[in-house]
Write a protein that binds this ligand. Structure first.
Ligand code: GLC
Length: 561
């Protein structure tokens, strides 16, 4: 049994500030926009908010390229706005998490500028500068956004490492002086009253050194090997993360959620077990399912059965280890309703089904802005509409591999990070009420139908379903079972039925979700005491204890003895 923590029973929400609410008329969301919408989030039932980066940044990777950790980018507001946001959230009982992006900074950060001037000086040691080999980069790693992970330093025989974009040079965590700077900066932020951090791309801070070539034959025809390949050989990340925990998180009793891909199974407990490096980490199993080293154009689309297997596998793996954070989507993923529900089946019932199964898994439920409205992928009509560097790279990869412009657009549209980054749909007015100016990214044309104003007071809306799930999670009669109860699959082998028990100390809940368009009949494994939630108006139990689940019907039943 894991140690109980204050945040286990909470509900968390991710804000992507650039697309949430513009109040200044520049087409970009801002901190005052978040303040304006705090009551909306309070009404939904949110307790914890993670704000994607709003630090000073050239926005080459939408703020994940920070040029000053101690400043708010003027496009998002001021430090006073940030302080007011933290205070106003606190008044509403909401905790704020900032995004901690410390695998890399921006090439416009003063550290990097100084390092370029004197790569062999003290700031040069904040980064990885290496000599090229015969006029070529030091090794064959490919960055996550394509191309070599090494960029030449003009006028020298040196290259610097950037696992992400070339405007995101990697910080050298082997250097204690760098680590010191980071811990100081983190403490400075914690002193402002944050509850903690979401921790970006953290597995990458440990590199397999010395730098060598990987994977022959190379995994793509560019002759390079994905940087993920070296992660398997990078040992000793725990020294850095344990230090970070002891130096900062412990001192503040911080709540932290890691963005951790490629963790080694045997290290999971070190990451989120009792006294782990982090409080929790996101479950990305479904998000990475079907990925292909050759690129998005070769990735396989997930089916409801695969989704079910991913969720159950993650639950089983983590039950004894720690408390997962469950997501349907985030700013790096397409909209979950467009990904996990076959396009031909998409309906409000299906969207609510996804919400119900995800919220009823053991773990901390997260909502990414707009998910609570059932916001969908954007129907891109041209590659010109895409801003995201990762999608542009994947498009180029697809084209290089022979796909036509149309095919390549179709392939990347399904996965594009911009799907989730379109402006929040507040109402049916111009630009969905997000801005009075031209929005930085196109608003999904379905905003006249899918928007907050239309849903808040509609008891049948997707929004109301999320709200009901949050109320249920906090209901003293059921909270302990929903938050801590163990999960046991029910009729796992039955195709497109996603069903499971949650066993509490004295209670048993049964979640039944018919993940397909045709109805199905199920025999209940016990007497139903109460229907706690139902995404349809109807649900009746026959004398022989069978029930019929309609097209994408999902119910939560109390079947305690
Ligand atoms: C994380 C962020 C993503 C960003 C990357 C580099 O994966 O979520 O948006 O591009 O790290 O910082």
């Amino acid at each position: 049994m894991i140690q109980k923590k204050w945040w286990h029973g909470k509900v968390a929400y991710q804000i992507y500030p650039k697309s949430f609410q513009d109040t200044t008329g520049n087409g970009i969301g801002d901190l005052r926009g978040i303040i304006r919408r705090l009551d909306y989030l309070k009404d939904l039932g949110i307790d914890i908010i993670w704000i994607s980066p709003c630090y000073q940044s050239p926005l080459a990777d939408q703020g994940y390229d920070i040029s000053d950790y101690y400043k708010i980018d003027p496009r998002f507001g001021t430090m006073e706005d940030m302080e007011e946001l933290i205070a106003q959230a606190k008044e509403r009982g909401i905790s704020i998490l900032m995004d901690l992006v410390v695998n890399h900074c921006s090439d416009e950060h003063i550290w990097f500028q100084k390092a370029l001037q004197d790569p062999y000086g003290p700031y040069g040691k904040y980064f990885y500068f290496e000599k090229g080999v015969n006029g070529q980069p030091p090794n064959n790693w490919r960055g996550y956004f394509g191309g070599s992970a090494w960029e030449p330093v003009p006028g020298t025989d040196l290259y610097y490492l950037h696992l992400f974009h070339k405007k995101q040079p990697d910080l050298n965590w082997e250097n204690p002086a760098l680590r010191e700077e980071i811990y100081q900066m983190m403490s400075w932020w914690m002193d402002k009253g944050l509850a903690g951090f979401r921790i970006d791309a953290i597995i990458n801070i440990k590199k397999a050194l010395p730098f060598t070539d990987y994977s022959y034959p190379p995994d793509r025809d560019d002759g390079l090997a994905s940087a993920t390949t070296m992660l398997a050989d990078a040992v000793g990340i725990g020294t850095f993360l344990g230090e970070m925990r002891d130096r900062v998180f412990h001192k503040y009793d911080a709540f932290t959620v890691g963005e951790v891909f490629n963790v080694k199974d045997e290290e999971l407990a070190d990451f989120i077990g009792d006294n782990g490096y982090f409080s929790t980490m996101f479950d990305f199993r479904a998000a990475v399912w079907g990925g292909d080293p050759r690129g998005w154009y070769c990735s396989r689309h997930i089916t409801p059965e695969d989704y079910k297997s991913c969720c159950f596998a993650a639950q089983k793996q983590m039950e004894q280890i720690g408390y997962l954070s469950n997501i349907i989507e985030n700013h790096d993923e397409p909209r979950g309703v467009s990904r996990y529900i076959p396009a031909a089946d998409l309906s409000d019932h299906a969207k609510k089904l996804l919400a119900i199964v995800s919220f009823m898994l053991r773990g901390l439920p997260w909502i990414y802005q707009g998910q609570e409205l059932g916001m969908e992928n954007l129907p891109f009509t041209s590659i010109e509409e895409i801003d995201d560097i990762s999608t542009l790279d994947e498009y180029a990869v697809a084209r290089r591999n022979g796909l036509t412009a149309e095919e390549a657009l179709a392939a990347v549209s399904f996965y594009s990070r911009d799907n989730a980054r379109t402006p929040f749909q507040w109402d049916a007015s111009a630009n969905a009420g997000f801005t009075e100016a031209t929005p930085w990214l196109r608003v999904n044309p379905n905003y006249t139908r899918i928007n907050a104003a239309a849903q808040i007071h509609d008891p049948c809306s997707v929004f109301s379903c999320y709200k009901a799930l949050i109320v249920l999670r906090k209901d003293p009669d059921y909270a302990d079972t929903i938050v801590y109860g163990s999960l046991e699959p029910f009729r796992e082998e039955e195709e497109n039925l996603m069903a499971f028990y949650r066993h509490g100390k004295t209670q048993t809940l049964l979640i039944l979700a018919n993940f397909r368009k045709e109805p199905r009949t199920v025999t209940l494994p016990g007497q139903c005491r109460k229907v706690l939630l139902n995404n349809y108006d109807t649900f009746s139990i026959r004398n022989d204890n069978t029930v019929t689940l309609e097209d994408y019907q999902a119910v939560i039943l109390d079947i305690s003895k």
